[in-house]
Ligand binder design. Structure first.
Ligand code: ADP
Length: 492
């Protein structure tokens, strides 16, 4: 170690700030320090200045400074040690200067008053230092605890400061990203994870971390696709939460990144399977239907009533099967984004009328069309027909011939509005939002008898949403439901 090194070491040893958080309080250093100071003062005034009587006033300042220093360096123990040495030295001075009479009395009195003062200073500053040490220790412990938890997590973690610079990461992050993200790395605007070092993102997006820092908005389980440097595609799921201070200012952001590639690949395989299976099922069902139709003609010819009834039932079941397969295919296409839509103008009122007519014969309920004015909309006629069919099938299914079904189509608030009302079992408030979710079915005791897969309303809501319309239900349990949907009008 060179001279500079030793000098720095000595400065570090003397600097009380360097020792904050250390909870080792010694009395050796203050004891030796104050005794040394007293000896130096004595030598200076007796030998150099040859004026031992002048030492008193200087001693007050020097020892006040030493007591403050040692209390801040070694806590109350150190401060009190320095105080005791100081008072002893003052008594030594009284003896050494051979005070007597009034001088002696005033010397003792001053020493006692100063002693009390020094004691208070040592005690307050020492206590302050020990409190700071406790706080630092607690914070260090908290930090270590957090670090231990972060390291154990099975997901990648990034914590940044308010400027978007990385301040903390865990080991798992490297595995998830495929590259190391170093402390101090600046999360790039619009390019988070996009740099060459980490891998190219397919499709630009705003960094969710910067979004959290600039707008205070969190990102919840958003999926991203990145390409690793080696060209391997990975699916990541990212959640980011802004961290605010007491004044609600965003001061940091915490991101959780998990690799969902295997889960995603399984999902894709499952979707592919459903897609292929539905396709394979479609063909035999279609030819079955053709054979059934030709059989029906022949059975009618021979007037065999029993066979006629059976074949009608076979037809109904086959149609059900066909609908199920079609719905499965649609759900799978929606999932993979393969469902495409035509975009042509058509008369919504005519479509509603035709759909109702196709239902009249097979329904126990009367279906009434209230009002029908010409309404032109733009979209996929077949898909809207599918929505209407779903709503009417449900209305019939969930009212079991009880009451009429009322359909209304009109213009409202600059949009086309269709409603389908039934007086059946109804949907409780709690279930009203959920029934539009994928594969959701109300599992109420009273409804156990209704077959279905919960795909119809999910497909319908996706179709309407993609037409930039809305779909919702108003209902009272036991009293019936009204399903509504809107579509944008064609702009003339
Ligand atoms: P499915 O009818 O095949 O079960 P849907 O997606 O069409 O699937 O409907 C989801 C759920 O919403 C149904 O299980 C049913 O509980 C409820 N539901 C739909 N339409 C009605 C209606 N008109 N009246 C009462 N409940 C309904």
């Amino acid at each position: 170690m060179g001279i500079v090194g030793s000098f720095v070491k000595i400065l570090e040893f003397l600097n009380p700030i360097e020792h904050l958080g250390e909870k080792k309080y010694s009395i050796k250093f203050p004891l030796i320090g104050t005794i040394l100071a007293a000896i130096i003062l004595q030598i200076y005034f007796q030998v150099v200045l040859r004026n031992p009587a002048a030492v008193g006033i200087y001693a007050i300042f020097v020892f006040v400074a030493l007591i403050i220093y040692f209390s801040f360096r070694e806590g109350t123990k150190g401060g009190l040690t320095a105080t005791v040495v100081t008072i002893c030295y003052y008594f030594y001075l009284i003896w050494d200067l051979k005070y007597s009479g009034r001088q002696l009395a005033s010397g003792i009195q001053t020493t006692i008053v100063l002693g009390i003062l020094y004691f208070l200073i040592a005690w307050i500053i020492g206590w302050l230092k020990q409190t700071i040490d406790d706080l630092i220790e607690r914070e260090t412990f908290e930090k270590r605890r957090l670090q231990t938890v972060i390291e154990q997590l099975p997901v990648g973690i990034i914590i940044t400061n308010s400027k978007g610079q990385v301040v903390e990461v865990n080991k798992k992050l490297e595995e998830v990203l495929g590259t190391k993200l170093s402390i101090g790395y600046q999360v790039d605007h619009e390019r988070f994870l996009q740099t060459k070092k980490i891998g190219k993102v397919m499709g630009g997006f705003q960094s969710p971390i910067l979004k959290a820092l600039t707008s205070g908005k969190s990102t919840i389980r958003k999926e991203y696709v990145i390409e690793r440097p080696a060209g391997k595609v990975r699916f990541l799921e990212i959640s980011v939460e802004p961290i605010q201070n007491n004044e609600k200012k965003v001061i940091a952001a915490a991101a959780i990144i998990s690799d969902i590639t295997s889960q995603k690949e399984l999902e894709i395989r499952k979707d592919d399977f459903v897609n292929i299976a539905s396709h394979e099922l479609k063909t035999p069902i279609t030819s079955m239907k053709l054979y059934i139709d030709s059989l029906m003609v022949r059975i009618k010819l021979y007037k065999d009533e029993k066979a006629n009834k059976s074949i009608k039932n076979i037809k109904i079941q086959t149609e059900r099967l066909q609908k199920l397969v079609n719905d499965l295919l649609d759900v799978s296409r929606l999932q993979t984004g393969k469902l495409t839509f035509e975009n042509e103008p058509f008369r919504l009122d005519s479509l509603v009328k035709e759909t109702i007519e196709s239902f009249q014969d097979n329904s126990k309920n009367r279906i009434l069309l209230i009002r029908s004015t010409p309404i032109l909309v733009v979209g996929d006629k077949f898909r809207i027909y599918q929505v209407l069919t779903n709503l009417l099938t449900n209305a019939i299914k969930y009212s079991q011939g009880k009451g009429d079904i009322i359909v209304n189509v009109k213009k409202s608030l600059g949009k086309a509005l269709v409603s389908v009302q039934d007086f059946g079992i109804g949907v409780s408030k709690l279930e009203q939002k959920k029934i539009f979710e994928k594969l959701y079915q109300v599992s109420d005791d009273t409804e156990k008898t209704f077959p279905g897969f919960g795909m119809g309303l999910y497909i319908s809501s996706e179709i309407i949403n993609r037409h930039k319309g809305n779909i919702w239900v108003e209902s009272k349990k036991g009293k019936g439901s009204t399903f509504y949907f809107t579509l944008p009008l064609e702009k003339v």
